[in-house]
Ligand binder design. Structure first.
Ligand code: PBG
Length: 326
C-alpha cells in the first residue's frame, strides 16, 4: 500500500526545471548593500576579525567601489575610521564639511556617479568613549542634545552628496528633525534609511574593532539600543520612524532577528532592510575558512534567508563576494 492521498510534495523537487519554476524567493546582487570601512591612508588594511574584509583609502577605495558597482551592487554604506587625535567629547569632526566621509563622498561621486552612496549618522566614530551620542552626567546618552548634533551631521553629509542617510544611533525623534532639516535645505531627494530596530547586541565586536572603538567603549548601549528579548517594541520603533519620515527601515542585527524582519514587512509593507552584522559575518567567515561549512553554498543560503523573511535589501560585508557568485 502506497500513499493513498496522492499528495506527493516531492514531485516538483525531482527535476531542476520544476525546482526553478516554484522557487518562491530570488536573490540577486541588486538586493545587496555593501558596508565599507574608509581609512585616511591610501591602500587597504586587512581586518583580522573580519576575514576577507579590509579598510580602504584613496585610490584603492575608489577602485574597490568601482568593482562593487561592476558586480551589480547598487549601494555602498560608508563607515569612517577616524584618527584618534580627531576624537573629542564634542564630536566636532562629525560636523566638519571637510571630514573623511564628506571628502570620500565627493571623490566617489566624481569617479562613479551611478552608484548609490549611504552615510552613517551617529557620533560613535568621533567620540573618544565610543558612544553614539553625548554622555550625560548619569552616564547614559543624552537624547535631545545628541539629536541636535545628528541633524548637523546629517546636513554636512547631505551637502557632500550622500544619497542615503542611515541614522544608526537609536535616539528618539531624530528622523523627524533630520527630515525637517533636509526639506528646509532643499535636499528633497535624500533617502532616510532609519536603523529603526537596532538591538544592544553582542554581535558588533568585529565592527568596533575595525573602526577602532572597541577598546575605548565606556559602558554599554542598553539605554538606547533595544533589548534582544523584545519583538513588539520593534514594531513601535518602526512605526514611529515611518511616521516621522523614514523612507526605508532597517532591522539590526539581521540573521539572528529574521522574525523581526518578517513582522516588519507584514505589518507595514515598506522597504525593509537588515544588517548582516560583523559578528554574524564572522561566524560564517571563520566556519567557512576552517572548512566546517561550504563557503559559497552557505553564503547563498544565509543571504536568501533574509530575502525569504521579507527583506528588500541586505547590508552584508559578504556582499562583494556574494555578487561575484551571483
Ligand atoms: C554604531 C554602529 C555599530 C554598527 C554600525 N554602526 C556598532 C554599535 O552600535 O556599537 C555595527 C555594525 C556591525 O557590527 O557590523 N553607530
Amino acid at each position: 500500500m502506497g500513499n493513498t492521498s496522492f499528495i506527493r510534495h516531492r514531485r516538483p523537487r525531482y527535476a531542476e526545471f520544476s525546482r526553478k519554476l516554484v522557487k518562491e524567493t530570488q536573490l540577486s546582487a541588486e538586493n545587496l548593500v555593501y558596508p565599507i570601512f574608509v581609512q585616511e591612508e591610501e591602500g587597504d588594511t586587512a581586518l583580522s576579525m573580519l576575514p576577507g574584509i579590509s579598510r580602504y583609502g584613496g585610490k584603492a577605495l575608489i577602485n574597490h567601489v568601482k568593482e562593487a558597482y561592476a558586480r551589480g551592487i547598487p549601494l555602498v554604506s560608508l563607515f569612517p575610521v577616524v584618527n584618534q587625535a580627531l576624537k573629542t567629547e564634542t564630536c566636532n569632526e562629525a560636523f566638519s564639511s571637510d571630514n573623511l566621509i564628506c571628502r570620500t563622498i565627493k571623490d566617489l561621486k566624481n569617479a562613479i556617479p551611478e552608484i548609490g552612496l549611504m552615510a552613517d549618522v551617529a557620533l560613535d566614530p568621533y567620540n573618544p568613549n565610543g558612544q553614539d551620542g553625548f554622555v550625560d552626567t548619569d552616564g547614559t546618552v543624552a537624547n535631545d542634545p545628541t539629536v541636535e548634533a545628528l541633524v548637523k551631521q546629517s546636513k554636512v553629509l547631505a551637502d557632500a552628496g550622500a544619497d542615503v542617510l542611515g541614522p544608526s544611533d537609536m535616539m528618539d525623534g531624530r528622523i523627524g528633525l533630520i527630515r525637517e532639516m533636509l526639506e528646509h535645505e532643499g535636499h528633497h531627494r535624500t533617502i532616510l534609511l532609519s536603523y529603526a530596530a537596532k538591538y544592544a547586541s553582542a554581535l558588533y565586536g568585529p565592527f568596533r574593532n575595525a573602526v577602532g572603538s572597541s577598546n575605548s567603549l565606556v559602558g554599554d548601549k542598553k539605554s538606547y539600543q533595544m533589548d534582544p528579548a523584545n519583538r513588539m517594541e520593534a514594531i513601535r520603533e518602526i512605526r514611529t520612524d515611518l511616521e516621522e519620515g523614514a523612507d526605508w527601515v532597517m532591522i539590526k542585527p539581521g540573521h539572528t532577528y529574521l522574525d523581526i524582519i518578517t513582522e516588519c514587512k507584514s505589518t507595514f509593507g515598506v522597504p525593509t532592510f537588515a544588517y548582516h552584522v560583523s559578528g554574524e559575518y564572522a561566524m560564517w567567515a571563520f566556519a567557512a575558512q576552517h572548512g566546517v561549512i561550504d563557503r559559497k553554498k552557505s553564503l547563498m543560503e544565509i543571504l536568501l534567508s533574509f530575502r525569504r523573511a521579507g527583506c528588500d535589501g541586505i547590508l552584508s560585508y559578504a556582499a562583494f563576494e556574494a555578487a561575484d557568485i551571483l
